[in-house]
Write a protein that binds this ligand. Structure first.
Ligand code: PLP
Length: 363
């Protein structure tokens, strides 16, 4: 075999990528990935353990996940006129959407800074990614969006609502304008809907090119990998053709159904996180040299006016607290960090170290 056979074999757009990096977090307070910090009450864990023995790992899962889907329709208020597609996390739904639409010259559009998987998946499928910069305050630059849509004619537009990593909800009238002008699909990514309570879900499928995507990850079930996409039956039917038949495994189907029977417990946890969020933003806002952006999600975007976000990030990790360093992405994220809202104790530990590090960094 020639020496560069692998280089020739693997597509150039794949070779150009870096695999998605997940930092080592063992032993650290984990405030980097927007996970719910709370476990289930002991009685609920016990009940789950007792019931899960009935699941049969030797059998393939129900390919349609009928029982789970019915329950999701009730719990998440999805009407019978709306169709629903399940994915192995919303990441897989993004992949399905782009596999279905990928062909040379087609484009995918979102905002910058935005969720990195839109760009990552677009690139490995050979689609061109267009990132339209947000305004200085992370709001939508509406005219720039409309101009970019008119000139690039994107096959798919992704809008995270609230946005990650900025945490804000964009103006819903502006999103309406985008939907009206879009020549292809518009996917409203509501991964953080539990913390925002604003939603396009009722409108999913009307117009036909409007899809709403959600996940149970940020709600508290990140380990189970379940995302869902809601829209017009005609659109979902096309996407359904490229879904691998058993993408939602038996343990996930069982456990999400179980958790949704105890949905009120998850909602209590969400309430608690929202209260902690208010505390965290308040404490951060009182720190000199720190901008904490308003957030409708379970994380806070922070900008340091002075000092280095890289240094602060590394020192926090040395003190056992893992957050997300965004400053390497540059642009609007220069000197920015992102911290997930944790439990009261976790947030307190983070705040104490963060404040001390900033204080010591002062000349
Ligand atoms: C976390 C996140 C997702 C991914 O969710 P999974 O269901 O865990 O794959 C999708 N979109 C946004 C904006 C996110 O922040």
């Amino acid at each position: 075999m020639s020496e560069d056979w692998l280089q020739t074999l693997i597509r150039p757009e794949v070779r150009a990528l870096q695999s998605y990096h997940v930092p080592e977090s063992a032993g650290l307070i984990k405030l980097d990935a927007m996970e719910n910090p709370f476990s289930w009450p002991e009685s609920m864990r016990q009940e789950w353990a007792e019931r899960i023995v009935a699941v049969e790992p030797n059998r393939y899962p129900d390919p349609q996940a009928k029982a789970l889907v019915q329950q999701m329709r009730e719990v998440f208020s999805i009407s019978d006129e709306q169709a629903l597609l399940l994915g192995n996390g919303s990441d897989e739904l993004i992949q399905m959407l782009l596999v279905a639409t990928a062909s040379p010259g087609r484009k995918v559009l979102s905002v910058e800074p935005g969720f990195v998987m839109y760009r990552q998946i677009a690139r490995f499928l050979g689609l061109e990614y267009v990132g339209v910069p947000l305004a200085e305050d992370f709001s939508l630059n509406v005219q720039a969006m409309l101009d970019a849509i008119a000139s690039h004619q994107p096959a798919v537009i992704f809008i995270a609502y609230p946005n990650n990593p900025s945490g804000n909800l964009f103006d819903s009238m502006a999103i309406r304008q985008i939907i009206d002008l879009a020549p292809g699909l518009v996917v409203i990514d509501e991964a953080y809907e539990p913390f925002a309570k604003n939603s396009f879900m009722e409108q999913a499928g009307q117009p036909e090119n409007l899809l709403v995507m959600r996940t149970v990850s940020k709600l508290g079930l990140a380990g189970l990998r379940l995302g869902y996409l809601v829209g017009a039956p005609r659109v979902i039917d096309e996407l359904e053709k490229i879904r691998l038949p058993y993408n939602i495994n038996v343990l996930t189907q069982f456990t999400v159904a179980f958790a949704l029977k105890h949905y009120s417990i998850l909602l209590q946890q969400v309430d608690d996180i929202c209260q902690q969020r208010a505390q965290l933003v308040k404490s951060l806002s009182m720190m000199p040299g720190v901008t904490a952006y308003a957030t409708d999600a379970n994380f806070v975007l922070i900008r340091l006016q002075s000092g280095s976000a890289d240094d602060v990030f590394m020192q926090l990790r040395e003190h056992g607290v893992l957050i997300k360093n965004l400053s390497g992405q540059g642009g609007l994220l220069a000197n920015c960090l992102r911290v997930t809202v944790g439990s009261a104790e976790e947030n307190q530990t983070f705040l104490e170290h963060f404040e001390a590090i900033l204080r010591d960094a002062k000349p």
